[in-house]
Design a protein. Structure first.
Length: 477
């Protein structure tokens, strides 16, 4: 048990065997006599698709803030991931990114990093770490159908097994990590908690993704991405190529209403060429498709503001996608879940016990605040977005962040300020500190790049991989 612990839980029930659920189990296990994860589906034995996770077909990464949270909860996990083939990519040193303001430079030294891997691999490594602890067990093919308790306290859950029979499972703490399909808002109404505020901001992006056999060694290969620009007319589109395990590239393309990608394999490369720069399409000309195209349309930002409720039952905490989901283009979901689980663990070291669950829920909400500000602060400016439109203050802030982003194309200090926020290791408010404001006012200290900043060695690898046409990127100056 961690030093200074003032509160302990006897039996903890975690709803959901997702990454958020497993990290929740890791967060509470040192403070509990036993932990039971209740999962509606079977869990795979290894790095295989898990039922109920359609988003696994699309690109994922752990921001350095999320990766460090995972490592704090489960020491050794990042080493296990990289040993299994995941990539630790320095930011922005090994990133070729075309922002709305231009190409970002590949600054050294790296100040942050991302972990890229398939969602199946990340799921598997984290799940294996958690379930190696004998105090954690899993009840699969069992669905939670409600909460039990009364007088402002949750005392357990009602579950329905594969045979349809319902039983009650008592718990000193229930953690809802059941994901975007969570029924917690309805369950709260059933136990007398009302007044929940819910937000939904949807830019309408559709995702299309597939795996390719990489034409080059993927270890040390950069992430390549083209971001959408909300200032341009027509449907916004974007895309990225991530090196992942197995010598593969994981590729996702995104498009807004009026210009969405489809499941048609022949359309995939064509759509990549409609992005603001054709670098992705030209790289894919070297690569061999390994899968069909998976499409997802549910990319809205959704949030349950549990932290605002006037009353919150003891014995209950929610985290992960049960609290908020984000447009996946910002790659925040897994990292926010990890930071929420870390906040839950740390909450056990604060007391007193009365009102603990409400304070823990508010602590879980803090990393959500930062990610929500980033996602919504960008999405609201796309013309296809529904749920919120920018007011004058929003537009002023967006113009400032755009200026800071343009400065970041030629200023290490500005780039570091931006990546610290994107990595979920600095609050958005840090972007308006005096030093950063002055940097944005001065503008970039180096001229803009006019081509993707591939290194000569990377261009050489591509040139030697096949006779296909290359990425149209001349050797950097």
């Amino acid at each position: 048990m961690h030093r200074g612990t003032r509160r302990a839980a006897g039996h903890v029930v975690v709803i959901g065997g997702s990454i958020a659920g497993m990290l929740a189990a890791a967060a509470v296990v040192e403070h509990a006599g036993s932990v039971e994860v209740v999962e509606a589906h079977a869990l795979p034995a290894g790095a295989e698709p898990r039922t109920g996770v359609p988003q696994a077909a699309h690109i994922h990464w752990l921001q350095s803030g999320g990766a460090e949270a995972v490592e704090s909860l489960l020491p050794g996990t990042i080493d296990r991931l990289t040993a299994a083939g995941a990539h630790r990519i320095p930011v922005t040193t090994d990133m070729v990114i075309h922002s709305p303001e231009g190409w970002y430079r590949r600054w050294e030294p790296a100040t942050h990093f991302v972990i890229t891997a398939s969602r199946d691999l990340t799921d598997s490594v984290i799940r294996g770490q958690v379930l190696s602890d004998s105090r954690v067990r899993v009840r699969t093919r069992t669905r939670v159908v409600g909460l039990t308790g009364g007088n402002g306290t949750v005392t357990g859950v009602r579950v329905r097994g594969a045979d349809g029979a319902e039983t009650e499972v008592r718990a000193d703490l229930v953690v809802d990590a059941s994901g975007r399909g969570s029924q917690l808002p309805e369950w709260l109404r059933e136990v007398g908690v009302h007044g929940l505020v819910q937000d939904r901001i949807d830019s309408g992006l559709t995702y299309a993704s597939r795996f390719y056999r990489a034409p080059v060694p993927t270890r040390g290969w950069p992430v390549v991405g083209v971001q959408a620009d909300p200032r341009l007319p027509g449907p916004a589109n974007a895309g990225a190529i991530l090196p992942v395990e197995g010598g593969r590239w994981h590729v996702s393309l995104m498009g807004a209403p009026g210009g969405r990608p489809t499941r048609d394999t022949e359309d995939f490369a064509r759509f990549a060429r409609t992005l603001r720069h054709p670098v992705l399409a030209e790289l894919l000309a070297y690569a061999e498709p390994l899968t069909g195209v998976s499409v997802a349309r549910g990319t809205a930002n959704r949030r349950n503001h549990y932290e605002r409720l006037r009353t919150w039952p003891e014995g209950l905490v929610a985290l992960g996608d049960s609290v908020a989901t984000f447009n996946p283009v910002y790659a925040q979901g897994m990292s926010v879940a990890a930071l929420g689980a870390l906040a839950l663990r740390d909450a056990f070291s604060t007391g007193p016990a009365r009102g603990w669950a409400r304070r823990a829920q508010r602590a879980v909400g803090r990393p959500v605040d930062a990610a929500w500000a980033l996602a919504v602060g960008q999405d609201m400016h796309f013309p296809t977005t529904v749920g919120r439109r920018p007011n004058p203050a929003d537009r002023l802030l967006h113009r400032y962040v755009g200026r800071l982003s343009r400065t970041a194309t030629g200023s290490f200090r500005a780039a570091t300020a931006l990546t610290g926020v994107l990595a979920l290791q600095a609050p958005p408010a840090s972007l308006v500190r005096p030093g950063v404001l002055l940097t944005a006012l001065r503008g970039p200290s180096r001229p803009p790049l006019d081509r993707p900043p591939f290194t000569p060695a990377e261009l050489g690898l591509l040139a030697g991989s096949s006779g296909n046409r290359g990425p149209g990127a001349r050797r950097p100056a």
